[in-house]
Write a protein that binds this ligand. Structure first.
Ligand code: V47
Length: 377
């Protein structure tokens, strides 16, 4: 239900026609997307996105119990927004590469916590052999077969496909055989060439990122999609980014969720020039995503990137997923995130309930494992 007040605010902002098309279930154009980004009344925009969110998911707010593993931060790419990557393994420069035993043990040690997913992302390490990655997944999978392995970004697959002469499909197949069953959405950044040239010109291109995901979808591997916003990109470039994702989703249906990632400015090459995106920008970006990406089931507010409070508020701006407990996160904490290192399930429940939603623990494919009914123990 959209309140009369929100209806009137949308009319006043000249968004009446977009509202009518959203309510009729019609697809929005790129020009509509841009108009929504420029909407003056954030609450009215949020109400429209909330309408779509509730039509799809009712009051449910999803989360999972997950742990992150970053086996190395050594990386040959020089993404200007990244605070995590190092050029070598030297402790003095905070570079590291885990031994296989160490990496496997880090994951297995979380078994008593009821974790259902491990999210693995590394750097583009110049010398680790291919069997480091296949063995890593094979060992985790053998020791803990029920754990879903969500592993490696499209950027890593493209790098290995070239470096080891495997091609993308074989790289994906070999890691799928080793235990990977879904791909995280990292590395997408902003697809527009103008932006990519300036912030990440020496890693996979937009076309390659999309092709890795297209190939994964063809192999039956579901994946996620991200967008890094709040740096040098323009609003029309955000819309262009989402359009390219929407087109691929029309083709394959393989994306599970869209995750806008708010830029964190500390300890990286471009941070000094930008403040962290405002709460206003975060909420409108999530709301526009919910309205524009009509073929995506889920929109996630990654609480690590937004902060718990803003992620909670986002549950009324089109968002239906907060990510998870996120044990062992490094990428954002090295970029100045001041959020806790992890959230307990009880805290996630509190945040969700206080926003008037019902916590639903999900698996990695949005199957509901348990709905924690209103105020239930
Ligand atoms: O690709 C790196 C981003 C991504 C910074 O698929 C930064 O469920 C902000 O993709 N400020 C990796 N962002 C994280 C990621 C992710 C996270 C949570 C869930 C999922 C999922 C995927 O983090 C990178 C890049 O876009 N990033 N540095 C920074 N300073």
């Amino acid at each position: 239900m959209i309140s009369d007040l929100a209806h009137r605010a949308l009319e006043r902002d000249g968004l009446g026609s977009i509202r009518d098309r959203v309510l009729a279930g019609e697809r929005l154009s790129d020009a509509d997307g841009l108009r929504l980004f420029e909407a003056r009344d954030l609450a009215a925009l949020g109400a429209l996105a909330n309408h779509v969110r509730e039509a799809r998911h009712g009051d449910l707010a999803f989360y999972n119990r997950n742990v992150h593993l970053n086996p190395t931060n050594v990386c040959v790419a020089s993404c200007k927004f990244c605070s995590f990557a190092r050029l070598d393994d030297q402790a003095a420069s905070q570079g590291y590469t885990m031994s296989l035993d160490e990496a496997v043990e880090k994951v297995l040690s979380k078994r008593p916590l009821g974790i259902t997913e491990v999210h693995i992302v590394a750097g583009l390490h110049p010398t680790l052999p291919w069997d480091y990655y296949t063995t890593l997944l094979r060992r985790i999978h053998a020791a803990w077969p029920e754990l879903t392995i969500k592993a490696f970004t499209a950027i890593e697959y493209q790098y290995w496909a070239d470096k080891f002469g495997l091609g993308v499909e074989r790289a994906l197949r070999e890691l799928q055989e080793a235990g990977m069953s879904t791909l995280p959405g990292g590395g997408a950044e902003i697809f527009a060439p103008r932006v990519r040239r300036k912030i990440c010109d020496d890693k996979a291109t937009a076309e390659q990122w999309l092709e890795v995901h297209r190939t994964a979808h063809r192999l039956g591997i579901k994946s996620n999609a991200t967008m890094l916003y709040g740096h040098i990109e323009r609003l029309d470039e955000r819309v262009d980014h989402m359009r390219r994702l929407r087109e691929l989703q029309d083709e394959t249906g393989g994306f599970q969720v869209f995750i806008p990632l708010a830029f964190h400015p500390e300890h990286n090459m471009i941070g000094k020039a930008f403040a962290k995106p405002t709460g206003y920008d975060a909420l409108r970006t999530l709301a526009v995503a919910r309205l524009y990406l009509d073929n995506f089931d889920h929109v996630k507010a990654y609480w690590v990137s937004l902060g718990e409070r803003l992620a909670q508020a986002a549950l009324s701006f089109g968002v239906d997923d907060l990510d998870g407990t996120v044990l062992e996160e490094r990428i954002y904490h090295m970029a100045g995130a001041t959020v806790p290192q992890a959230l307990s399930e009880a805290t996630l429940h509190q945040l969700i309930r206080a926003a008037g939603r019902v916590p639903a623990e999900r698996d990695s494919f949005y199957g509901v494992l348990r709905v924690h009914g209103p105020r239930a123990a």
